[in-house]
Design a protein around this ligand. Structure first.
Ligand code: HEC
Ligand code: HEC
Length: 309
């Protein structure tokens, strides 16, 4: 991501050269061979709760719980991280209908259930940390696409839940900017919603961030799917007519974030509404993507976050 090299001081540039040579730069979310960097709290003081102790949650427990979704559905062999869908039925579509979006969501679910999806399984970092659920959050994520849509399926449960819940995001690529539809897939079909999703999904689908290096199946696939997600077009969120937009709160204007997260940046602007994901992604060293914040910058961010509480 060449863009990230702008405005980086000499020391950081040195660290990044180290990365290019394959050395790990301490504290920087460097990706090893393009893999997702392991989650390690930098102890920034931005978290409201101490990082959750997952030491008792072994790889074996994770695999055992993940597999309850159905043996043949996960851990499938793959060459492409994203499964191709047949071409869209309606030629020259400009703006997909709600029925067409719902159709893609059901198609993704059907393919997952028949063992036709390529699935990344992990314990996600963002939902596991802080007071969101405060226990391991197990995810199965699959991506699909054709010329008009990027389709994502999330099959999720907490470590203590019994059953799995289904969610989907469909990006309509026939409009500019792309339109993201969010839904929970209920027994009766998809139920569009947005207000309960925008707190984390500020800019559409989220890149994958496992809570621990060994809580992912498989790491190479996770990295490949994450790259596909990170490379998505700028998009906006579809709010169903019956839903009220939640208040955004103050906009994050700190330059070291807003040079990428702004109306004309590569990601949508961030607001107080997203404070949970901001705290977690910065504390675990993922944001900003290619350097570590200085102590002063962390202080400024903390002040901004505290002002919004
Ligand atoms: C507490 C934060 C949070 C909320 C709220 C949230 N998500 Fe997510 N979601 C995530 C994270 C984090 C990931 C990536 C998980 C990982 O790293 O494994 C994700 C992944 C997904 C994915 C897979 C594609 C992708 O973005 O990676 C779908 C589909 C999805 N979420 C749908 C929804 C829907 C629909 C809602 C609202 C009903 C919602 N999410 C609410 C945090 C959240
Ligand atoms: C160099 C550009 C860049 C800078 C600077 C940057 N980000 Fe990001 N941010 C990204 C990209 C690209 C993604 C999506 C890919 C990913 O999550 O790895 C992202 C994702 C996020 C997300 C998840 C919501 C979303 O947009 O997908 C949050 C929250 C976030 N960043 C917070 C921050 C904060 C807080 C700062 C400042 C401390 C910051 N970022 C600085 C590029 C940047």
């Amino acid at each position: 991501m060449a863009k990230g090299f702008e405005g980086v001081c000499g020391l950081m540039a040195g660290l990044m050269l180290g990365r290019a040579a394959g050395m790990a730069a301490d504290g920087v979310a460097a990706d090893r061979d393009g893999w997702i960097a392991p989650a390690r709290s930098l102890g920034t003081g931005l978290l409201l709760e101490a990082p959750l102790d997952l030491s008792g949650f072994t790889r074996e427990k994770f695999e055992g719980m993940a597999t309850t979704v159905g043996e043949g559905r996960i851990r499938r062999p793959w060459t492409n991280a994203v499964v191709s869908l047949p071409p869209h039925g309606r030629r020259g579509a400009m703006g997909l209908s709600e029925a067409e979006i719902a159709g893609y969501m059901k198609q993704a679910r059907g393919m997952f259930e028949r063992g036709e999806a390529v699935v990344v399984s992990d314990v996600g970092l963002v939902s596991t940390q802080e007071d969101v659920i405060r226990q391991p959050m197990l995810n199965h994520i699959a991506g699909f696409s054709n010329d008009v849509a990027r389709v994502y399926l999330l099959v999720q449960r907490t470590a203590s839940d019994k059953g799995w819940s289904y969610y989907s995001i469909v990006q309509d690529l026939t409009v500019e900017p792309a339109m993201d539809y969010f839904a929970e897939l209920k027994a009766g079909g998809p139920r569009f919603e947005a207000a309960s999703c925008i707190t984390c999904h500020a800019s559409g689908p989220l890149a994958i961030h496992p809570a621990r290096e060994d809580l992912v199946l498989d790491a190479g696939l996770a990295a490949a799917l994450s790259r596909h997600i990170a490379g998505q077009p700028r998009s906006r969120m579809y709010f169903p007519p019956n839903e009220k937009r939640p208040a955004n709160g103050a906009r994050l204007e700190l330059k070291f974030c807003s040079r990428c997260h702004s109306d004309d940046g590569e990601r949508a602007a961030l607001h107080q509404l997203q404070s949970h994901s901001i705290r977690v992604l910065v504390d675990f060293g993922y944001m900003p993507p290619n350097r570590r914040l200085t102590v002063e910058e962390v202080g400024e961010l903390r002040k901004w976050l505290e002002a919004g509480r």
